[in-house]
Design a protein around this ligand. Structure first.
Ligand code: PLP
Length: 429
């Protein structure tokens, strides 16, 4: 053993892992077990998880039915990796996706398995829109987040992430998201007039890409009317309308798609995060058939369609999306969450943002929000921030969390606001 060998378990990470790691800085414990809405560290301490893998664990950690399906599949020597060859696991997933998700919504989108990250689904969507239209420019929105590979990063607003590129991020024009200039200015009208003016300096777009609720950008929720107007603008100006549902989808804001019931018909939908149901990597671009003009292997990758993820994703669709029961229960929890957050926000003159089970409180400063999250962690609650200045404390609890667990986690959050926001208020008075 050398003198530099680890003396505490965390020393290994400091010594060996890249400095790029981030969440482990906010939650500096080592975890080894998780079930439902609870994570355990190696000392056996329990933490309620209000981060849920950044919405990758909407059905909680290690759902027993998803886990059983995966164990059975592995135990029977099911294919783990099959490139994009036909496998029974892929067929089962596609059949379930068609039956429970596409058909009931009258959708006939083709399913493209991209590389396994959300960013790669976005890369595929942007490449395809450019290929279909023969145009380069893409419109994305202020505070939007679409991933950190170069194409997706160009569409991302966040300055910290953009700063990591060290190369020009091109091919994207930024438009103002719904409400960016306050409630009295319709930013869709602004975009429409710019695109209608051949001398506005904005090249005709290949696509308009939007999140219905900006997950990383501060939980800004677009209204259905605004989204319909953006879709209409895309159609009139010959651009594809892309909804990035990577964080807001899979039940997080209500239905399976975050835009369910809004009268929208996106040309491309990107999904990842909770699609596999169990935190396994799986991402897709859903493409209207007339735009599925890829040549074989044009958007390639070794890990397109993870068979273990197909197994758990199919099990998740069967368990949670075969009828409306799950969405109904999520809506009840979302109402409770909204009431509790409104009560906390009212106490401190703050504002609740977001939609469904994707809600948070704008605290006014990143410093305050991170102090609140730190206090929560000390008291057994994992929760993170969002927004331009990390000023929003964001609740992303698993959708399967019990009411009692949700209430207990919110009690910890309320107490953290009391000690941090309360003391800031006292100091100001
Ligand atoms: N799009 C949205 C809306 C996201 O929230 C994210 C990740 O947070 C991404 C794309 C990128 O996904 P990934 O981190 O899997 O590349």
């Amino acid at each position: 053993m050398t003198a530099s060998a680890s003396v505490t378990p965390l020393a290994t990470f400091d010594r060996v892992e890249s400095r790029v790691r981030s969440y482990s800085r906010s939650f500096p414990e080592m975890f080894n077990r998780a079930q439902g809405a609870t994570l355990y560290d190696i000392a056996g301490n329990a933490y309620t998880d209000f981060l849920a893998g950044c919405s990758s664990l909407n059905y909680g950690h290690n759902d027993p039915d998803l886990k059983a399906a995966l164990i059975d599949y592995v135990a029977s020597d099911g294919i783990a990796h099959g490139l994009d060859m036909f496998t029974s696991a892929k067929k089962r997933f596609l059949d379930r996706f068609e039956r429970f998700i596409l058909k009931p919504r009258g959708l006939d989108h083709r399913v493209q398995f991209t590389g396994p990250t959300g960013a790669n689904a976005v890369e595929a969507a942007l490449k395809l829109a450019r290929k279909v239209t023969g145009r380069d420019n893409v419109i994305s929105f202020t505070n939007g987040f679409h991933g950190v590979t170069l194409g997706a990063l160009a569409a991302t607003g966040n300055g910290k992430h953009r700063g990591g590129a060290s190369t020009p991020l091109s091919g994207v024009t930024r438009a103002a998201f719904d409400g960016y200039y306050g409630p009295d200015i319709n930013t869709a009208d602004l975009l429409d007039s710019q695109l209608s003016d051949p001398s506005s300096g904005i090249d005709a777009p290949a696509a308009i890409i939007v999140e219905t609720v900006q997950g990383e950008g501060g939980l800004n929720a677009a209204s259905p009317e605004w989204l319909r107007q953006i879709q209409d603008i895309a159609r009139r100006h010959g651009a594809l309308f892309i909804i990035d549902d990577i964080q807001a989808g899979c039940g997080r804001t209500g239905g399976f798609f975050s835009f369910d019931g809004m009268g929208l018909s996106p040309d491309i939908i990107t999904m990842a995060k909770s699609l596999s149901g169990m935190g396994l990597p799986l991402a897709v671009a859903l493409i209207k058939p007339q735009y599925d003009i890829w040549k074989p292997a044009e958007h390639n990758g070794t890990f397109r369609g993870n068979n273990h993820a197909f197994v758990t994703a199919a099990a998740a669709l069967e368990k949670f999306w075969a009828d409306d029961g799950f969405a109904g229960k999520v809506a009840e929890k979302a109402d409770y969450l909204a009431r509790r957050l409104e009560a906390i926000a009212d106490d401190y003159g703050l504002r609740v943002k977001g939609r469904g089970m994707m809600l948070g409180i704008e605290t006014g400063s990143g410093e305050q929000a991170s102090a609140i999250c730190k206090r929560c962690f000390e008291n057994g609650l994992i929760i993170e921030t969002s927004g331009s200045f990390d000023e929003v404390v964001k609740v992303l609890a698993p959708l399967t969390i019990t009411k009692a667990e949700l209430a207990a986690g919110l009690d910890v959050l309320e107490a953290a606001f009391g000690s941090v926001a309360g003391s800031h208020r006292a100091a100001a008075e």
